[in-house]
Design a protein around this ligand. Structure first.
Ligand SMILES: [Zn+2]
Length: 64
């Protein structure tokens, strides 16, 4: 019985890890598609933008 519970727990942990990785990857794809994220308001702006179009905060220069 304990082994059975341990197996289920291991599967649950595995599913959580996989889902977290998928979410991280989806966030990365969204970032690439929408540009960089404003550190002030958290919205996505154009990768080459120097000033956020949402809150007009100064953005860090992109390296590319
Ligand atoms: Zn902003």
């Amino acid at each position: 019985m304990i082994v059975f519970i341990a197996i289920i727990a291991a599967i649950c942990v595995g599913v959580i890890v996989v889902k977290a990785r998928q979410r991280a990857k989806a966030r990365e794809i969204a970032r690439e598609r929408h540009g960089k994220q404003c550190p002030s308001c958290g919205k996505y702006v154009h990768p080459a933008a120097a000033i956020c179009k949402h809150c007009y905060a100064r953005l860090p220069a992109s390296k590319t």
